[in-house]
Design a protein around this ligand. Structure first.
Ligand code: HEM
Length: 453
């Protein structure tokens, strides 16, 4: 069996290089070995990367029985998500959960959340310090967490909301890539990181189950709320049965884990790039009401700084890919970063040029920050609307500067790539906010994005 070519360095060295340069590593391997290459890492063993849109299409649109995404995701996301999670299921059970979750996240449906997103962002920006540098990413996380709690969980301001805000952020800090190794899963008298994570998770679960119970009771009294949890409470499986509390808990935790830090990181990269590219920032500031340019800024950010650098599938049967026979069990990854950095698709790919996305978007498999096929991110429209709304609110309310002109280097943080200094910024001036645009206008742009499923 001959695998595609690739570096022969020891696994640890390859992992160290990937961690040191998450974007450049993959792009350089593509330049050296071509559209398909192999690499080996501790824990994961041999991995095959594809870096060409046509091959990415084959991986994304391949049979769900052959390409298992859930099994691949489970290796890095562990058991925190539960056994009903959309992210870690495959085949029939995945499809049936996906059918229940998709409707509230459809382009048309997310428009209703734009107003909540704007309100949340406006309230947070008021609290930012004036004239002193601070890290923007935690501030973006606070915004995206409030948005998920309000728009997805439907929690209202009050004691439980405060407890959610207190208990969720430590979860992100307690999980590290080391948790992938089974010895890190031991309890060690409650002192191991995994044990502390499980304890913190249980305290969040307690709040989630209390919210589900309250909302089931409220649904019986009047069923007129439009957050995602309310819609899921009303959803039915094909046999007519409602989702159980455990299913609801698993999907809410999944949406929280998949949707909160990712969007905050995408926003942080948008500000990091805008503050290093004054002509782009100037054009955006001059056209904050132009949804098309705002949308192009979001798309270009996710192209040049993809939050998730690659997505994985485990092969359940042998296949032939680009002429290479690959055995069952092989981990095949679509290299998002490497596709986005191809000069044949994006001339001068390292330049931050939103204009690339004006007058029509990219071809489906050339722009893949949200993955693809039956596993494409269900929050893609939600995240893009949120990024546009938050960018508009922030830039309309404060003038930001970067304390240093040096670009922030990419750093691996669990399964995402974040700005190494968490996007340092300084508010130099507060502005009188312009009136908000109607959510309907924002939606038109979101609706243009190709939904693959
Ligand atoms: C900029 C923000 C985001 C990025 C970059 C992102 C990226 C991704 C990627 C790359 C995948 C894997 C796709 C694949 O395997 O082909 C994914 C899956 C997923 N995302 Fe997102 N995501 C973002 C925001 C969100 C939001 C806001 C939500 C929900 C509130 C969300 C929920 C999910 C779920 C549930 C899945 C699993 C889909 C499935 O396996 O069927 N994501 N996302």
């Amino acid at each position: 069996m001959s695998f595609p070519p690739g570096p022969r360095l020891p696994r640890l060295v390859q992992a160290a290089r990937l961690t040191a340069e998450p974007y450049a590593w993959m792009t350089k391997r593509r330049e050296r070995y071509g559209d398909i290459f192999s690499s080996s890492f501790p824990f994961f063993g041999r991995i095959v990367y594809v870096t060409d849109p046509e091959l990415a299409k084959q991986v994304f649109s391949g049979s769900a029985e052959v390409f298992h995404a859930g099994e691949a995701n489970a290796t890095v996301l562990g058991d925190a998500l539960g056994e009903n999670s959309l992210l870690t299921l495959d085949e029939g059970r995945h499809l049936s959960q996906r059918k229940l979750l998709l409707p509230p996240f459809h382009g048309q449906s997310v428009r209703r959340y734009a107003e909540v997103m704007a309100e949340v962002a406006a309230r947070h920006v008021e609290e930012w310090p004036l004239g002193e540098p601070f890290a923007l990413r935690p501030r973006m996380q606070a915004i995206t967490l409030d948005v998920i709690l309000r728009a997805v969980f439907g929690v209202r301001e009050g004691e439980r909301m405060d407890l959610f805000r207190e208990r969720i952020p430590p979860l992100g800090e307690l999980s590290t890539p080391l948790d992938w190794f089974s010895f890190m899963q031991r309890d060690l008298g409650g002192l191991s990181p995994a044990a502390r994570f499980r304890k913190a998770q249980a305290k969040v679960d307690e709040l989630i189950y209390a919210e589900i119970a309250d909302r089931r009771a409220a649904l019986d009294a009047n069923g007129s709320r439009d957050d995602v949890l309310s819609l899921l409470l009303a959803a039915r499986h094909e046999d007519g049965s409602p989702m159980t509390d455990v299913e609801l808990r698993d999907e809410l935790v999944t949406l929280l884990m998949a949707g909160h830090e990712t969007t905050a990181t995408g926003l942080s990269w948008a500000f990091e790039r805008l503050l290093r590219n004054p002509p782009v920032l100037e054009r955006l500031l001059g056209s904050l009401d132009d949804d098309e340019y705002l949308d192009a800024v979001v798309k270009e950010t996710l192209r040049v700084r993809p939050v998730v650098a690659d997505v994985a599938r485990v092969l359940k049967q042998p296949i032939v890919l680009a002429g290479y026979p690959l055995p069952a069990g092989t981990l095949v990854l679509a290299g998002i970063t490497a596709v986005h950095m191809r000069p044949d698709l994006y001339p001068e790919p390292h330049e931050f040029r939103p204009e690339r996305f004006l007058d029509g978007g990219a071809e489906s498999y050339s722009w893949i920050p949200f993955g693809g096929g039956v596993r494409r991110c269900i929050g893609a429209s939600f995240a893009q609307v949120e990024m546009r709304v938050v960018l508009r609110e922030v830039l309309g309310r404060v003038t930001l500067r970067a304390p240093s002109p040096r670009p922030e280097r990419p750093k691996v943080k669990h399964v995402t790539v974040v700005p190494a200094r968490d996007c340092r910024v300084m508010v130099v001036e507060r502005l009188a906010p312009a009136p908000r645009s109607e959510p309907g206008e924002l939606e038109q742009v979101g609706g243009r994005t190709a939904e693959l499923v």
